[in-house]
Ligand binder design. Sequence first.
Ligand SMILES: NC(=O)c1ccc[n+]([C@@H]2O[C@H](COP(=O)([O-])OP(=O)(O)OC[C@H]3O[C@@H](n4cnc5c(N)ncnc54)[C@H](OP(=O)(O)O)[C@@H]3O)[C@@H](O)[C@H]2O)c1
Length: 325
Amino acid sequence: MAGSSPARQTAHMALDAGTTTFVTGAAGFIGMELVRVLSARGHQVFGLTGSVEGAERVRRAGGVPVQGDLLQSGKWQDEAPADWVFHLAPHPVCGPRLTRRHTESIARARVLMDSQLLEAVEGGATRRIIYLSDTSYYGPTGRRGITEDEPVTASAWGRCLTPALDRVDGYVLAGLPIVTAFTGWVYGTGSWFRDRVIKPVMGGRRVLQVGRPGPWVSPIHVHDCARALVHLAEHGAAGSRYFLVNRDPIRMHEFAETFARLADRPLRVLRVPAAATRLVLGPVLADYLQADAVFSNIRLRGLGFHFRYPTLEQGLQEVLGALDE
Ligand SMILES: NC(=O)c1ccc[n+]([C@@H]2O[C@H](COP(=O)([O-])OP(=O)(O)OC[C@H]3O[C@@H](n4cnc5c(N)ncnc54)[C@H](OP(=O)(O)O)[C@@H]3O)[C@@H](O)[C@H]2O)c1
């Protein structure tokens, strides 16, 4: 995690000491960074994980692991009604090639995961629930950044999220203090960015690029994503939606181009034609990966949030520094 000033950390710790937090997806890419940010502020963080390895990652990040499966009720639900709850609802895994039938079962699983968590929290003293979702819910946008109030035209991939998000509106009406966050492309030293960019570039292998060169997308560094989630717990309005993205969109191929340039490595690209992409990944993911998806962060900035890595270049310099360490 990139550090904040010692004075600011002390101020946050005084503010947050004694605040309990429950995080789902805590052993994942964004979840671990969130646990680090919260722990550094003095929170007692309970992190839900489904595996022994995940429990070790939560511990390393500074949290207390809680073993459990969001798809099933269990003892983990006793820890859920904390002061702040962060729901990093994970996509259930279903193999590399995604068909429309898969998306229906993902949609059902997400609804079940949400109900297991939100019904455990209902009626308690939780002050804020931050529900993390994916900007793909809004569908293709064109090149102009849309705001959270834009009508949703969900793509096939985005429709995995629609039934769950419709129900979130119902939970808000029932009085749960939910703030919904939609994040763009989150990059850092882990997850898709490690596998599809860092490893091939540093290993001298080719980076896969699908379809037409670079649709426009909205990125965010994982540390800023975690900080923004905490900012929403403090300042976000219950019942509101916020996009978590940098101000300036990039073309998708800039992730690898900028990383290779800053790392001073040659960039070798294997371009997969659109038709082949549909065959390998299925139509759902292929269409998603080739659509412009550009979002405005004006509402998040209106809450006083400041990015530590406002541009891709600044964020990738941090990534390279972390790799050196
Ligand atoms: N990364 C991105 O670029 C991105 C972009 C847009 C939106 N998002 C949203 O942010 C969420 C988190 O993303 P991420 O990249 O951090 O995901 P991730 O690295 O895949 O982590 C998800 C975590 O969820 C846990 N999990 C999975 N199924 C579970 C279950 N049934 N019960 C309990 N825990 C379960 C897994 O923990 P165990 O290891 O313990 O099994 C896993 O570590 C995503 O689901 C997505 O909606 C991410």
